[in-house]
Design a protein. Structure first.
Ligand SMILES: Nc1nc2c(ncn2[C@@H]2O[C@H](COP(=O)(O)OP(=O)(O)OP(=O)(O)O)[C@@H](O)[C@H]2O)c(=O)[nH]1
Ligand code: SF4
Ligand SMILES: [Mg+2]
Lengths: 412, 601
């Protein structure tokens, strides 16, 4: 039953040189990292995952973090090699690495390419040095653009990120910055994020005490609209809330999240959505037809994550023991059909193309007729926040920046 | 103890003049508590009292005092609250004893509640000892304050006792004055039992505890007693006194104060002011009891969760047992469901009750705007008491509306007099009297109560930088041009926000409410009209533009669970929101909008 079903793989590398003040990712600063130990752990995880899902087709691989460009190229080569050995890894499969654009990391891009990376996503964040400093970044604007140039030479597909609505940011300054950045993107892919104040970050402390202000609500909405217009103009329209690309240049890995496909997360704090068709021990045809979808989350702390994988009593790291579970299965959450329905709507509506209600119905078994507020949908269509074409519901440009409110209104 | 060695007295004063601190010193001097058990304002035992630094409940303590002449005395002291909203506690305390210590802050002088309390003490035929407190402070001016005591109150200041309740100066002299000057009770030990039910409350260990003052006869364990007005008979289970720790004893004789427990289940059996006697051969006449309290300010309380209505009723019952001035009655609102219309002595009282319900009973409440009781004269001659603006009958059937008035006494240093006169004028007041005592003006105004329940007190304090003091009493009803103002959100009236206002103030009030709501109602995906209307006529409007941004910019690494949980929580929150048309007004917005009538000013 699970033959040929795509599976996206996410690897989390939790370390950074320092913690950026706006960042709430699972990132840690460590004095030293035992790369050998990490290679062992990744290998063990890949093998046990393969043991559970041997027949999948790997559709994309993504190295995120933290700062995965701080990984040794050797580690990446081992991982891509293991994937190729166990499932097979076609040349056309997107293998992305997130990278910070310091000169040291950019110097490693060629090695990463040799290790199997075919796409990089670079955290440029801003094109002026004082703002980069305020964001706690270690690179200059010039260094970042140099890293982008290297990526552009080496990789057919690449992307970079910018953060806007920064402290003191004006519409005019952002437009100039964005227009200056565009030529470097080479008509490919950019992620443009509005700065948000996340709980537990240094920015939150500053923000709460009034020492940091950022453009909010109405002004932020103007930034968003401006961004959409500039990118549309440049031939890289928004295909997701914060992602812009020329047709065909979209991030396939991220599309797996947004289209609610299966993905496995390996590494501390990594998330997964995995479907068991018939369950691992299906006895009969009926059981085999039923499926269970689970949400997984690996332990967030790097050391504990490593320990749970490597320090198992019989501790086989080479050749997965038949009974060894993939570490993230330790606390799986079984997703009820209704939860899946909500998640699929939540994620699908992030995409410009929207969600197909028939597909949602088929995937989750939940009939959108009974679980959506159709009066609200009609009203939102009339007010220009969403469109409905047959069974497809999609946000309009006006609806994109208010997705959460739209979801609250339409989900019962 | 022999009655001639008993002294029962209340400590009364304006708020913060140091009653509870004085009680501390008296307790300490008489050895009621050991040094390590002592803390500041030890009688303020409720969390709310300690946090706010004010007394809310009167407390009674029995102390043993050995006078300079070597004789033992039993002193029953009652510490009372100073804030005008708790005046009912004071009046019951005064009715339970024979003397008063009138505390006057040597840095502040005579204030509005000093006057109000002293008049009550005189009404109760009390012997009064004036205590000039806080003499340790550099700003203390004993001379000037003594002069005020003579001029304003008319007491002989030469007999006043200067003390520092904080440092203990003068406490010995005060105790001597208490035994020498205050009268002993004169009960009849051989007459049938007659005890005054002073107070009652619920204690999780003892059950319902009843505070009594024995007038005649004695009350003891095992006795069958009768609550004369409630017509209930119970067995006395325990007899005790507060030292201030509860201590069990066998009996309370004439002139003594203490507590009993008597297996009381039904709260309505314990009406304060009732007379307790023995079941057999009991007294045949009751004591005069207490004047009933008259609630001045009303508001409705609704549980956020409609399932908690019964819990709210039980909780109000428990609080009312302990607070005879709290009144409540069930009511229902279209917008907010089932709840209670509650009557309070003032805004602070209202706030305290709301807070206690939330804290002590873990209730989530939506309170409505405070309002007063109007008299509606109908064209057919009927007169209706209107407790809730929503119930206002059709205007064509109304002949006229009367509103309650108060007589307010304000004492203020003369440099702030101008500002206060203006405030009273704005609040539709008429001046009755203006006199001076030294550099202080005593201002008497007649004002509509409705104008006072909102933010009058706050304004008074801010205009006078905290120096003005204020006391009031009800002063009849007067006809006025009153109208009901409704608030409409997206053209739907919100019943809990309706209020009765004077026509001349409607526009100003309406504008304030609309502006406030505009800030409080979260923006929606569509524009919202917020309007104030009288009848069908819109008198103020605001519009709230549609929201522009509400999105999670980054959805990292497939972390959907957190987003889903957040969304589920918001959807859960929706249940708590009351829907008006398609506008969701969250509870927090209700509470904030209703908190004050017009503090925008
Ligand atoms: N310096 C000084 N401060 C005092 C004295 N007596 C009381 N205070 C202070 O005055 C404040 C009010 O004292 P309380 O004893 O709570 O006053 P109260 O009259 O019981 O107040 P309410 O019960 O709220 O009416 C406290 O901060 C006391 O510490 C005194 O003799 N000297
Ligand atoms: S480099 Fe990236 S992951 Fe690391 S702290 Fe900065 S923003 Fe977070
Ligand atoms: Mg006190």
């Amino acid at each position: 039953m699970s033959n040929d079903i795509p599976l996206a793989l996410y690897f989390h590398w939790p370390y950074c040189l320092s913690k950026c003040p706006y960042c709430d990712f699972n990132s840690h600063v460590a004095a030293s990292v035992d790369h050998e130990r990490w290679r062992k752990a990744y290998r063990a995880e890949i093998e046990t995952l393969h043991h559970q899902f041997p027949d999948r087709v790997i559709s994309s691989v993504f190295f995120g973090g933290g700062t995965p460009s701080l990984m040794e190229a050797h580690t990446i080569a081992q991982i891509t090699g293991d994937i190729a050995r166990l499932w097979g890894l076609g040349d056309d499969v997107e293998v992305t690495l997130e990278a910070n654009p310091t000169s040291t990391e950019a110097a490693k891009f060629a090695d990463f390419k040799a290790a199997g990376i075919n796409r990089v996503s670079i955290g440029v964040q801003a094109l002026n040095d004082p703002d980069l400093k305020a964001l706690g970044r270690h690179h200059s604007a010039a260094e970042a653009l140099e890293a982008v140039a290297i990526a552009r030479r080496l990789f057919e597909r690449f992307s970079f990120d910018l953060i806007y609505t920064r402290s003191g940011h004006t519409l005019k300054a952002w437009e100039a910055e964005l227009r200056a950045a565009l030529p470097h993107a080479d008509g490919g892919h950019m992620s443009l994020y509005q700065l948000t104040i996340e709980a537990g970050t240094q920015f939150q402390t500053l923000y709460d005490s009034g020492r940091l202000t950022i453009p909010e609500d109405d002004l932020a909405a103007q930034f968003y609209d401006l961004t959409a217009a500039v990118m549309e103009d440049a031939g890289m329209p928004a295909y997701e809330i914060s992602n812009y690309a020329k047709a065909g240049q979209e991030s396939r890995h991220n599309l797996a999240y947004w289209t609610y496909a299966d993905y496995a997360g390996i590494g501390p704090g990594a998330h997964g959505r995995l479907t068991f068709y018939g369950g691992p021990n299906a006895q009969d045809a009926q059981a085999a037809a039923a499926h269970t979808r689970i949400a997984t989350r690996a332990h967030k702390a790097p050391d504990i994550w490593l320990k749970t994988i490597l320090d198992v009593p019989q501790g086989s790291t080479a050749g997965a023991p038949a009974s060894a579970p993939y570490s993230a299965f330790q606390n799986p959450e079984i997703l009820t059909p209704l939860m899946q329905f909500e998640e699929m709507m939540m994620m699908g509506l992030r995409l410009r193309r929207g969600v197909d209600l028939d597909a949602v119905h088929a995937r989750t078994g939940i009939d959108p007729k009974d679980h959506l507020n159709h009066a609200a949908i009609a009203a939102l269509c009339a007010d220009g926040y969403i469109t409905q074409n047959g069974t497809i519901i999609a946000l309009t440009a006006k609806g994109m920046p208010v997705l959460n409110a739209v979801l609250r209104a339409i989900l019962l | 103890m022999d009655q001639k060695n008993i002294r029962n007295f209340a400590i009364i004063a304006h708020i913060d003049h140091g009653k509870s601190t004085l009680a501390d010193r008296l307790i300490q001097r008489c050895g009621g508590l050991e040094e390590r058990e002592m803390k500041q304002q030890v009688l303020d035992s409720m969390d709310i009292e300690r946090e706010r630094g004010i007394t809310i409940k009167a407390q009674t303590v029995r102390l043993e005092y050995k006078s300079k002449s070597g004789e033992m005395y039993q002193l029953n002291l009652m510490d009372t609250p100073g804030h005008v909203d708790f005046a009912y506690e004071v009046s019951r305390s005064l009715a339970s004893c024979e003397g008063s210590l009138l505390v006057v802050d040597a840095t502040q002088g005579v204030e509005a509640q000093t006057l109000a309390n002293v008049y009550q003490a005189i009404d109760n035929n009390h012997e009064i000892i004036t205590v000039i407190n806080k003499i340790d402070l550099p700003a203390a001016d004993i001379e000037r304050v003594s002069q005020q005591v003579e001029d304003v109150i008319g007491l002989d200041a030469s007999e006043a006792v200067p003390v520092s309740a904080k440092s203990g100066i003068g406490i010995d002299d005060l105790l001597e004055a208490v035994v020498a000057r205050l009268p002993a009770p004169k009960g009849d030990p051989n007459a049938p039992l007659k005890a005054l039910l002073v107070d009652s409350w619920y204690d999780s260990y003892l059950g319902v505890v009843i505070l009594v003052r024995v007038i005649d006869g004695e009350i003891k364990k095992g006795q069958k007693i009768k609550f004369m007005n409630a017509k209930a008979v119970r067995d006395v289970e325990r007899v005790g006194m507060f030292t201030p720790k509860p201590v069990l004893i066998d009996r309370l004789g004439p002139g003594e104060m203490g507590f009993i427990t008597a297996a009381v289940k039904d709260i309505s059996d314990t009406q304060v002011g009732d007379t307790i006697t023995t079941e057999k051969h009991g007294a045949d006449t009751t004591l005069p009891g207490f004047k009933p309290s008259i609630p001045m300010v009303f508001c409705s309380l609704f549980p956020v969760d409609n399932g908690e209505f019964d819990k709210l009723r039980d909780s109000l019952g428990k609080l009312a047992l302990n607070d005879a001035s709290l009144h409540y009655e069930p009511e229902s609102s279209q917008a907010l469901g089932l709840g209670f219309r509650c009557g309070f002595l003032g805004l602070l009282h209202m706030e305290i009750i709301q807070e206690r319900l939330t804290r002590e009973f873990d209730l989530d409440l939506i309170p409505t705007a405070p309002s007063v009781v109007y008299k509606i004269h109908m064209t057919n001659g009927d007169v209706i008491d209107l407790y809730n603006p929503v119930d206002l009958p059709d205007v064509v059937k109304i002949k006229m509306i009367e509103e309650p008035m108060i007589k307010a006494t304000i004492l203020v240093p003369d440099e702030y007099l101008g500002g206060l006169l203006q405030l009273c004028q704005e609040r539709r007041g008429t001046q009755i009297d203006l006199t001076y005592a030294g550099n202080r003006a005593m201002l008497v105004y007649r004002l509509p109560l409705n104008e006072v329940v909102f933010d009058f007190y706050d304004r008074l304090k801010s205009i006078s930088r905290g120096y003005a003091s204020f006391d009031y009493q009800l002063d009849g009803y007067v006809e006025n041009d009153l109208v009901r103002m409704d608030i409409l959100v997206n053209n739907e009236p919100v019943d809990a926000l309706s209020m009765i206002v004077h026509r001349s103030q409607a526009e100003y009030r309406g504008r304030g409410m609309c502006e406030r709501l505009k800030d409080l109602i979260p923006r929606q995906l569509f524009k919202i009209a917020i309007q104030a209307a009288i009848g069908g006529k819109i008198i103020a409007r605001e519009s709230l533009s549609a929201m522009r941004k509400d999105v999670t910019a980054k959805c990292y690494g497939g972390d959907i669970s957190r987003k889903r949980k957040l969304l589920d929580k918001q959807k859960e929150g929706k249940k708590k929101m009351r829907q008006y048309g398609s506008v969701e007004i969250p509870q927090s917005a209700f509470i904030a909008a209703l908190k004050m009538g017009d503090d925008k000013k």
